[in-house]
Design a protein around this ligand. Structure first.
Ligand SMILES: Cc1ncc(COP(=O)(O)O)c(C=O)c1O
Length: 347
């Protein structure tokens, strides 16, 4: 795992609307010219008193990443990944995804006529990809599950000597995802004790932790929050391993063709990233939990009724997890909680 480190002594947040410009000092981008001005937007972060009261939380905050142009927080990573590629002169690359990341990256590629990208996806996830293909953007559908698509994509990249985008291990992704959290920490009137997000590989939470540590180092927050990571019961290898205190996932933990309502987090093979998630849960006093299909559906309904927000099941999983954690007394009524609602459905 590579990670960017910056000298943050003179880092400032600039009073600019475009998130990458506002947080430029916290990004691994050498010139503002590499940044496309419309790939991502600043998203709202606000208290949710009605939903909070229902859950038993007096200080619940919601970050609404469903407002991003392609409907998910993945526009954050698309913006910084493309900026970094332009900076390094990378003009052609290969990646694979369950849908939201590819949709966001493809929209960003569409706006840069010098860029070319090859997307690979499992036959199970074709409907989750919304991208227009042409001579610069291709979508290769692979027979089999997500792991098969990823394997075929890497082979394609190696054989043609095209850059493999890197997925979870692409540090530029995390630097982009981090911005959602820096915005949230700046907008919140109170510092979060608990941060909750749905995880697939977990790179969003890796990003959140890095953002929190950078804000701790620069005195903007006083402590790193506990990170609560959420999976769904039909695809919860990391939550199962965390519950039984295991340090790694093995071949037996891999779910070949997972299914479930929260489609964006249907990653059946968490072997590469689990040790990092375990470390975050362990080091911050957080945890990795799973929620049922019914709990997610109920949570989605609560968000709609009480807060007027129409988000996807993956985003709603955070609220389902909070309800369970409060009921089990693992989160106190007076704790300040930030839930990242990572997306909506695009259909
Ligand atoms: C809406 C949404 N939420 C959460 C995630 C979690 O992703 P990760 O844990 O890989 O950052 C994803 C990933 O595709 C997503 O699309």
């Amino acid at each position: 795992m590579l990670e960017c480190r910056f000298d943050l002594r003179n880092a400032v947040r600039r009073d600019l609307d475009q998130p990458e410009h506002a947080y430029f000092d916290f990004l691994p981008v050498m010139s503002p010219d590499f940044i496309d001005p419309v790939t991502s937007v600043r998203s709202p972060c606000r208290p949710a008193p009605a939903l909070g009261a229902k859950l038993g939380l007096r200080h619940l905050w919601l970050k609404d990443e469903s407002r991003q142009p392609t409907g998910t927080t993945k526009d954050r990573l698309a913006s910084v990944v493309l900026a970094v590629f332009r900076q390094f002169g990378i003009k052609e690359w290969v990646t694979s995804s369950t849908g939201n990341t590819a949709t966001a990256l493809a929209a960003a590629v569409r706006r840069d006529p010098t860029m070319r990208a090859h997307f690979f996806c499992s036959e199970d996830f074709v409907a989750d990809h919304q991208l227009e293909t042409d001579d610069r953007i291709s979508l290769h559908v692979v027979r089999g599950g997500y792991a098969d698509a990823s394997r075929v994509a890497r082979k394609f990249a190696a054989e043609r000597e095209i850059v493999w985008e890197g997925g979870f291990f692409n540090w530029a992704r995390r630097e982009g995802l981090k911005i959602a959290y820096l915005e949230a920490f700046d907008e919140m009137k109170e510092q979060p004790d608990v941060v909750v997000q749905a995880i697939s590989s977990g790179m969003g939470v890796m990003a959140a932790r890095k953002g929190a540590e950078e804000y701790l180092a620069t005195g903007r927050i006083g402590s790193v929050p506990r990170f609560l990571m959420v999976q769904q019961d039909t695809c919860a290898p990391m939550a199962d391993a965390w519950r039984s205190g295991r340090e790694e996932l093995t071949d037996e933990d891999v779910i070949e063709r997972p299914n479930g309502l929260a489609r964006a987090i249907l990653l059946g093979d968490g072997r590469d990233s689990y040790p990092y998630m375990r470390d975050i849960a362990h080091a911050t006093g957080g945890g990795i939990v799973s929620v049922s299909q019914t709990e997610m559906t109920e949570a989605r309904e609560m968000l709609r009724e009480l807060e007027g927000l129409d988000v996807c099941h993956s985003a709603a999983a955070t609220i389902a997890a909070l309800r369970n954690e409060v009921q089990a007394d693992r989160i106190g009524a007076d704790e300040v909680v930030l839930a990242n609602l990572t997306g909506r459905t695009r259909h």
